[in-house]
Design a binder for this molecule. Sequence first.
Ligand SMILES: Cc1cc2nc3c(=O)[nH]c(=O)nc-3n(C[C@H](O)[C@H](O)[C@H](O)COP(=O)(O)OP(=O)(O)OC[C@H]3O[C@@H](n4cnc5c(N)ncnc54)[C@H](O)[C@@H]3O)c2cc1C
Length: 410
Amino acid sequence: MNQRNALIVGGSMAGLFTANMLHRAGWDVVILERATTPLSGRGTGIVTHAGMLALLRRAGVTTDASLGVPLTRRLSFDKQGRITAQTAFSQILMGWSRLHALLVDALPAHCYQLNRGVAEVAFGTTSARARAICHDGETVEADVLIGADGVRSLVRGVMLPNEHLETAPYIAWRGLVRQSHLTASAQAQLGDAFVVVHEPNEELVTYPVLGDDGHVYINIVWYRRVSDAQRRQLFTDEAGAYHPQGISPLAIRPGFVAQAKADASAIFHPHLAEAIALAPEFLLQVIVDQTAPVMAVGRTALVGDAAFVARPHVGQGVTKAGGDAWALTQFLEAGRDDVVGALAQYSASRVPVGKRAVARARELGAVLMPDERSLSEWSAHYSDAQNLLVDTAVELPGLAHISVMDEGVT
Ligand SMILES: Cc1cc2nc3c(=O)[nH]c(=O)nc-3n(C[C@H](O)[C@H](O)[C@H](O)COP(=O)(O)OP(=O)(O)OC[C@H]3O[C@@H](n4cnc5c(N)ncnc54)[C@H](O)[C@@H]3O)c2cc1C
């Protein structure tokens, strides 16, 4: 039997999980990534879960103690440093770049093609193979085409032209600060706990992560309620150009960064304000909900953020991407002679999972949207610091598509 081939559009988390899993199942895989240089995740930490670690192992990554920073507790405290909530919770915290590098290293180098942006796709049918046309004009055919091209996916746009994302009424500032650059007392308070602090219209999450350079950094995710006009200003550079989908850290107006740092000292405990003040650079991110009625058409499927985007409160974007990849691989292996049927089954299995993740994330985000009537019970529930602390960034059942039985004792 000829080796089956898969074309994967996008070489970030979802693309790499999918490529590694299909490769290990015997597929010939190629990732077409539009970036011209290797990706890096400036200013980002990633929360891991048991399901995510199991998925990494299926993708060929060794999950030993060197993966990240192991934590055993969660903490919330007020401006005066009084503890308002705490809980024991074991979790490994990683840097995005390290996770990406591990997934790249697990894949044969020739499978990953940079500077290969895809401009057009044809989904394929039972009798016709799927096709991608690259920006360089080359057409590539495949038994299966995977859209792993993120929140504003080209593949999704062709598959679901009438489905649009919803923007949340808050944004996130994300940053990293070297732990050793903080005062000893801030290091002690922020260096061994997952911290969640809620104030009116603000939520701040910090945790230590292992950087690419082997140093420990404090990762900062600071959600701030904004009006539409404020969001527009924040995402407009000095020259007046508006970047609605995301602004480069270098283009953020310095005055906005200075204002945010000043606000942090007025709102948060001095250790948190210190971490924010010393972060050398920030990413500003729009927060969105994205759902999909289907995740496959013909020989083409969506994985990761191309299909569903849940707000980051659930800390599950990577687990969801890996779970999609694992489900896809399993359905394709089970339905060897019928790719179109296998992808339809994949879609039917994963759409409800994606919907649940988006809904759960909105419930957690309700603490920042007390005026959202449909979520008022959740807003009240998560105004209690203990509830917010125990439910933020915990694994959602089914998301990893791996049951405890499958996982065995590995
Ligand atoms: C503030 C914040 C905090 C978060 N925290 C966490 C966390 O703690 N834990 C967690 O699991 N998740 C977290 N997430 C979510 C997580 O980052 C995403 O879910 C995950 O990165 C999605 O991966 P992806 O591969 O689907 O998409 P992306 O990472 O968006 O990758 C898409 C890729 O496709 C490429 N591409 C796009 N178009 C084309 C094209 N036409 N041709 C070729 N290539 C193309 C892009 O260059 C990119 O490399 C967070 C997100 C935010 C915003």
